[in-house]
Design a protein around this ligand. Structure first.
Ligand code: BDR
Ligand code: CA
Length: 311
């Protein structure tokens, strides 16, 4: 199995991702770290423990950063519901979070793992940026970082920026420009992995605690009505699609390009500029982009097949 640590801001779709990661036989979910994003850090941590309890996972959980590196936290309650998980009432977990910061849990688990760990980032990248700066040698042991974040086209938090990058652009830039190999899972694919109403029914009818919770979360996603124009109906898997990517990469088209994050404080702040020019700029000496490192970027997906893998 693939050794995975997930960094989350649970989050309806983070919850779907955790249910999948805990259940999949090819995944060894070793730990989960929490960061402020969709909801406050304390709410995210409680949601994460509760979802893992429903998933039957005992993976250790730690709370990390309660705000971005530079700016104040801005939650997404209007989208994910006031409690971050579509206002569903989850059964309370019997467990509590580890008494260490998320960065320390990352260090501990990566050092202890017999196999190189894949870090799956499903949230603003504050914890991961802090970890890379504090423990670069431990970070060098990672297999790679798979980042749900960014967009090569249209944004969601703003016209051009995706929420996880927009919430902490400096952290995203630290991650994308690090020496660790990164794979971006941007909105271009995030928006296209969609479960049908029939698939949601299948999950609900399976009479199992975790599939029933998945169905309830997907019912919430159905109400959001935020699908790409060419997809008629269904519920977005969101972050859970990035978890599917780990086990079924053949369903995705991945290209390698320079990626840079816009850090100025204008209306493009948090945009991930994917430089897909086939040759250098026409005025290369004036080019302000600073990417020294290239990132793998998932740009296309067989959305139906990816949703089937999830179900
Ligand atoms: C990302 O932001 C959050 O709303 C979701 O959980 C996902 O990680 C999408 O932009
Ligand atoms: Ca998320």
């Amino acid at each position: 199995p693939i050794s995975v640590i997930a960094d989350v801001d649970t989050g309806v779709d983070d919850a779907l991702a955790l249910l999948f990661l805990a259940a999949h036989p090819d995944i060894d979910l070793r730990a989960v770290t929490c960061v402020a994003g969709n909801a406050s850090l304390s709410q995210v941590t409680q949601n994460t423990l509760d979802v893992l309890a429903a998933a039957g996972s005992e993976a250790p959980v730690a709370a990390g950063a309660d705000r971005p590196l530079i700016e104040q936290a801005r939650d997404a309650g209007s989208y994910h519901g006031a409690n971050g998980v579509g206002n569903l009432l989850l059964d309370a977990s019997q467990r509590t979070a580890e008494p260490v910061h998320a960065v320390e849990l990352l260090r501990r688990e990566i050092e202890a793992s017999a196999h190189p760990v894949t870090l799956l980032s499903l949230a603003p990248m504050t914890n991961i940026a802090l970890f890379l700066r504090l423990y670069p040698k431990v970070a060098a042991q990672l297999e790679r970082i798979v980042v749900m974040g960014g967009t090569a086209g249209i944004g969601n938090a703003s016209a051009v920026a995706e929420f996880n990058v927009w919430h902490d652009p400096e952290a995203a830039q630290i991650v994308l420009s690090s020496d660790v190999q990164t794979t971006l899972y941007p909105l271009d694919v995030f928006n296209r992995v969609v479960a049908s109403e029939g698939q949601i029914r299948e999950l609900r009818d399976a009479a199992c605690r975790r599939t029933r919770l998945a169905a309830e979360l997907l019912d919430y996603q159905l109400t959001l009505a935020d699908l790409p124009a060419d997809i008629a109906s269904g519920a977005k898997l969101g972050d859970a699609g990035a978890a599917v990517f780990l086990v079924a990469p053949e369903l995705f088209g991945v290209e390698t390009w320079p990626v840079d994050v816009e850090l100025s404080h204008g209306f493009c702040r948090g945009q991930t500029v994917v430089d897909r020019r086939l040759r250098g700029g026409e005025a290369e000496e004036h080019d302000l982009m600073t990417p020294t490192v290239r990132s793998d970027v998932a740009l296309t997906v067989d959305g139906d097949a990816a949703a089937s893998v999830f179900v």
